[in-house]
Design a protein around this ligand. Sequence first.
Ligand SMILES: [Zn+2]
Length: 86
Amino acid sequence: MSEKEMIALECPHCQGELYQPLPWFKKASFLCPACEKALKAEDFATIIAALEEEMDAYHAELIHGETSATGGCCGSKGHCGCGKGH
Ligand SMILES: [Zn+2]
Protein backbone atom coordinates (compact mmCIF):
# COMPACT_ATOMS: atom_id res chain seq x y z
CA MET A 1 0.00 0.00 0.00
CA SER A 2 1.28 3.45 -0.80
CA GLU A 3 2.25 5.47 2.22
CA LYS A 4 1.19 8.58 0.34
CA GLU A 5 -2.40 7.49 -0.07
CA MET A 6 -4.49 10.61 0.40
CA ILE A 7 -7.79 10.28 2.18
CA ALA A 8 -10.52 12.74 3.09
CA LEU A 9 -12.14 12.55 6.50
CA GLU A 10 -14.40 14.89 8.38
CA CYS A 11 -13.21 16.78 11.42
CA PRO A 12 -15.43 15.78 14.37
CA HIS A 13 -15.33 19.37 15.69
CA CYS A 14 -15.97 21.60 12.70
CA GLN A 15 -17.05 19.02 10.07
CA GLY A 16 -14.36 20.48 7.85
CA GLU A 17 -12.72 18.22 5.33
CA LEU A 18 -9.32 16.88 6.26
CA TYR A 19 -7.58 15.78 3.09
CA GLN A 20 -4.29 14.29 4.20
CA PRO A 21 -2.05 11.28 3.66
CA LEU A 22 -3.06 8.22 5.63
CA PRO A 23 -0.10 8.36 8.09
CA TRP A 24 -1.14 11.87 9.09
CA PHE A 25 -4.28 10.49 10.72
CA LYS A 26 -2.24 7.94 12.61
CA LYS A 27 -0.22 10.44 14.59
CA ALA A 28 -0.89 10.38 18.32
CA SER A 29 -2.33 13.86 18.13
CA PHE A 30 -2.60 16.66 15.63
CA LEU A 31 -4.49 19.87 15.00
CA CYS A 32 -7.36 20.33 12.62
CA PRO A 33 -6.10 22.77 9.95
CA ALA A 34 -9.54 24.40 9.81
CA CYS A 35 -10.59 24.86 13.44
CA GLU A 36 -7.20 24.15 15.09
CA LYS A 37 -8.76 21.91 17.70
CA ALA A 38 -6.76 18.93 18.88
CA LEU A 39 -7.56 15.65 17.23
CA LYS A 40 -6.35 12.23 18.20
CA ALA A 41 -5.57 9.15 16.18
CA GLU A 42 -8.17 7.27 18.21
CA ASP A 43 -10.87 9.63 16.95
CA PHE A 44 -10.21 8.14 13.52
CA ALA A 45 -9.04 4.65 14.47
CA THR A 46 -12.32 2.93 13.56
CA ILE A 47 -12.73 4.63 10.22
CA ILE A 48 -9.03 4.19 9.36
CA ALA A 49 -9.27 0.47 10.11
CA ALA A 50 -12.29 0.18 7.83
CA LEU A 51 -10.53 2.13 5.08
CA GLU A 52 -7.41 -0.01 5.31
CA GLU A 53 -9.49 -3.15 5.09
CA GLU A 54 -11.12 -1.79 1.95
CA MET A 55 -7.75 -0.92 0.42
CA ASP A 56 -6.34 -4.34 1.27
CA ALA A 57 -9.29 -6.00 -0.40
CA TYR A 58 -8.85 -3.75 -3.43
CA HIS A 59 -5.14 -4.55 -3.74
CA ALA A 60 -5.74 -8.26 -3.20
CA GLU A 61 -8.20 -8.14 -6.06
CA LEU A 62 -5.62 -6.46 -8.31
CA ILE A 63 -3.00 -9.09 -7.50
CA HIS A 64 -5.52 -11.86 -8.03
CA GLY A 65 -6.50 -10.37 -11.38
CA GLU A 66 -2.87 -10.29 -12.53
CA THR A 67 -2.18 -13.91 -11.65
CA SER A 68 -5.25 -15.21 -13.43
CA ALA A 69 -4.31 -13.11 -16.49
CA THR A 70 -0.97 -14.95 -16.78
CA GLY A 71 -2.81 -18.25 -16.58
CA GLY A 72 -0.67 -19.69 -13.80
CA CYS A 73 -2.01 -21.00 -10.55
CA CYS A 74 0.40 -18.96 -8.49
CA GLY A 75 1.75 -16.38 -10.94
CA SER A 76 5.27 -17.83 -11.15
CA LYS A 77 6.80 -19.42 -14.20
CA GLY A 78 8.20 -22.92 -13.96
CA HIS A 79 7.84 -25.29 -11.09
CA CYS A 80 6.04 -23.76 -8.18
CA GLY A 81 5.32 -26.71 -5.97
CA CYS A 82 1.59 -26.27 -6.12
CA GLY A 83 0.97 -29.88 -7.13
CA LYS A 84 -0.62 -29.09 -10.49
CA GLY A 85 2.27 -30.59 -12.42
CA HIS A 86 3.68 -27.69 -14.35
ZN1 LIG B 1 -11.94 21.06 12.65
